[in-house]
Design a protein around this ligand. Structure first.
Ligand code: 48H
Length: 266
């Protein structure tokens, strides 16, 4: 075999230093972000892409080692999900191929949708960090404002080790953690004066669930926003099953709101 077809020799220490140096440089920037999105599901990836496209430094923290949240499971593991108009626009923007299943209703491959949402977010400049769990928030009391997130390696939590987390400042934090609404749950318990109560999501009603999510998406308190399924958990909206247009439109709506706010405040 010709030598030029074989991998170049690399010293192990070079590999270690390259990874540690580059990751540390990234984290030094991430520590002071414009926007921290929690969760790399459909709402989080969509929100992050639009915000980064508007020129803001955007980080997505994802607990798992993969993208997509609930997309990959399709409908009961059948490898498809459904979107209806006008959410198809968002999928077309990222290059997804859609098949019309009924008037204005489309079916899409779950693997294609999650890959294209993720790639588009990365191309827009979003930094996605896998294996990190947002376990708490930073806040300032008067005036009350959420000022960032508190993060820990997911592996540390899984191992049950007592390791203190680190903090990341962000001008806006968006809870896109899905059904569990984890960030909002923490905020409701641990931020004095917020008076936030999670109602819990309701049983399935696909169309009204989708509309509910989009209508109620937005700011929860200064510095804290929510999108996607977390909206239903917060305000008591119905679940909608494997139709994902509401998640995409919710991500776009929260992005527009955050961008507007960041453009009008320092
Ligand atoms: C870091 C975290 C944390 C944390 C969770 O569940 P998701 O796909 O969320 P959405 O809201 O974008 O989409 C919901 C959709 O997938 C869905 O479940 C639908 C439409 N259900 C309808 C129905 O009837 O059931 O993604 C959330 C992501 C996941 O990847 C989690 O791993 C991640 O957030 N995550 N990441 N820190 N504390 N909590």
């Amino acid at each position: 075999m010709e030598l030029r077809e074989l991998p170049r020799e690399v010293d192990e220490v070079t590999i270690t230093r390259a990874i540690v140096r580059s990751a540390a440089e990234d984290w030094i920037k991430i520590a002071d972000s414009d926007v921290a999105v929690v969760g790399a599901g459909p709402s989080g990836l969509t929100a992050a892409r639009y915000i980064a496209e508007a020129g803001f430094r955007t980080v997505v923290f994802e607990r798992k080692l993969s993208y997509g949240g609930g997309i990959g499971g399709g409908g009961m593991l059948w490898h498809k999900v459904v979107v209806s108009q006008p959410a198809d626009e968002i999928l077309r923007e990222v290059g997804c191929r859609l098949e019309e299943a009924a008037d204005g209703v489309y079916v899409v491959d779950a693997a294609e949708m999650l890959a294209r949402l993720a790639t588009a977010a990365i191309d827009a400049g979003v930094k996605v960090i896998f294996g990190v769990t947002v376990e708490d928030l930073m806040y300032r009391p008067s005036p009350l404002k959420v000022t960032g997130v508190v993060v820990q390696w997911s592996a540390v939590n899984l191992a049950g080790l007592h390791v203190d987390p680190v903090a990341v400042r962000a001008r806006a934090v968006i809870d896109c953690t899905g059904h569990d609404a984890e960030v909002l749950r923490v905020a409701s318990k641990k931020i004095p004066g917020l008076s936030l109560e999670l109602v819990g999501e309701r049983s399935m009603n696909a169309s009204s669930g989708e509309r509910f999510v989009v209508e109620r998406t937005g700011e929860v308190c200064p510095g804290l926003y929510t999108a996607g399924m977390a909206v239903c958990s917060l305000y008591g909206g119905p679940r909608m099953g494997p139709i994902f247009g509401g998640m995409l439109l919710s991500g776009r709506k929260v992005a527009r709101e955050v961008v507007r706010r960041l453009n009008t405040t320092q």
